[in-house]
Design a binder for this molecule. Structure first.
Ligand SMILES: NC(=O)c1ccc[n+]([C@@H]2O[C@H](COP(=O)([O-])OP(=O)(O)OC[C@H]3O[C@@H](n4cnc5c(N)ncnc54)[C@H](O)[C@@H]3O)[C@@H](O)[C@H]2O)c1
Length: 325
């Protein structure tokens, strides 16, 4: 199979590269390396089944050729991470929306029934009540104008609307994934992701810095399970023109996460607290709960996550410890 991955030098993208190379597929990555890193794909650069183009999806001249070559496309390229989203509010909207629309337009002009997987985000659900299960069909809570963090959700919602509209109007074979928190190797803490930041802090025996009071909850999915889910969804014709949550139901507070990482790494780091204002600037809106309804995911894939959070965290800690040696 021929697999094109936009944003393939990023966290999820580079894990997709490893997954598909291992399966014997031919993989083509396009990434502008804005948050992605060449080290994430350096293992594959000389591989016969791998090709990399450093390019911006908005203007890359060879997009038509790459799309025509592909049997499956994963669209992961986007401006992501709370820090980057707050710092570059225009770029989030412009890049995420225009990149996705260009890809859909090119695919529509290509005479080929390529499968397209588009990455959206649980951020589109906005702020919800504790224990509220987030279902793909529910109404969404966005506060545009209030804070530029919502620009990310707005961009992802626009991508979703484009994807479903291309599916309806032109029969494009697309599935939209609403990722909840995914964790694993190659994720960086630089742009606000909590797990890689805490792991790095504990391994370096630095303070573990919690933003807010740590009562906000998240559910973390191992990227190895995410790979299996994406592949199963791509293969299932019933996922066509659907939006699907991809995540895990086991929520925990950020306080619990910090203590778990400290314990597993046997670190003497202190746990400290930083206000949202000090971390992100004035007027930041935190999202306190994000618990996915996974019924549709289960129905379409019949897969339950294989990796327990403890295992994932221990793997990440060992990986980070090796890097520090
Ligand atoms: N990791 C998560 O938990 C999570 C959660 C929700 C949604 N998502 C979505 O999944 C996708 C992948 O996320 P990730 O965590 O791997 O982030 P990431 O930042 O590691 O990956 C995004 C990649 O896109 C590249 N990129 C950005 N703009 C580009 C452009 N104009 N042209 C070409 N490449 C460009 C970046 O260099 C980077 O390699 C994103 O669309 C993100 O919104 C991820």
């Amino acid at each position: 199979m021929h697999v094109l991955i936009t944003g393939g030098a990023g966290f999820i993208g580079s894990n997709l590269v490893a997954y598909h190379i291992k399966k014997g597929d031919k993989v083509h990555v396009i990434d502008d390396l804005s948050t992605g890193r060449i080290e994430n794909i350096s293992l594959f650069l000389e591989h016969l089944n791998f090709k990399f183009d450093e390019a911006n999806i908005l203007i890359w001249q060879d997009l038509e050729k790459a799309v025509a070559w592909a049997d499956r496309i994963y669209h992961m390229a986007a401006v992501v991470g709370v820090f980057r989203v707050l710092k570059e509010p225009i770029s989030v909207l412009a890049t995420n929306i225009a990149g996705c629309e260009r890809l859909l337009r090119v695919l529509h002009n290509t005479d080929w029934n390529t499968k397209l997987i588009i990455a959206s985000s649980s951020e589109v659900y906005g702020n919800r009540l504790e224990n509220e299960l987030l279902n793909e069909d529910m109404e969404l809570h966005i506060s545009p104008g209030h804070n530029s963090r919502w620009n990310y959700s707005i961009s992802k919602l626009a991508d979703e609307a484009f994807a479903l509209s291309y599916a309806r109007q032109y029969n494009i074979n697309v599935t939209v994934i609403r990722f909840f928190n995914v964790i694993g190797p190659n994720q960086t803490g630089k742009y606000g992701m909590v797990v890689p930041r805490f792991v790095q802090q504990t391994v370096r025996e630095q303070d573990i810095t919690i933003y807010g009071d740590g009562t906000q909850q998240r559910a973390f999915l191992d990227v190895r399970d995410a790979m299996i889910y994406l592949d199963l969804l791509a293969e299932n014709p019933l996922s066509r023109a659907e939006i699907v949550n991809v995540g895990t139901a086991r929520e925990m507070t950020i306080n619990q996460l910090a203590h778990a990482i400290k314990e597993y790494s046997q670190s003497s780091s202190n746990i400290t607290y930083t206000s949202y204002e000090d971390a992100y600037g004035k007027g930041f809106d935190e999202i306190y709960h994000r618990k996915p309804d996974l019924a549709k995911l289960l129905r379409l894939t019949n897969h339950l996550p294989k990796w327990a959070l403890e295992e994932t965290l221990l793997d990440l800690i060992h990986h980070e410890q090796k890097k520090e040696l």
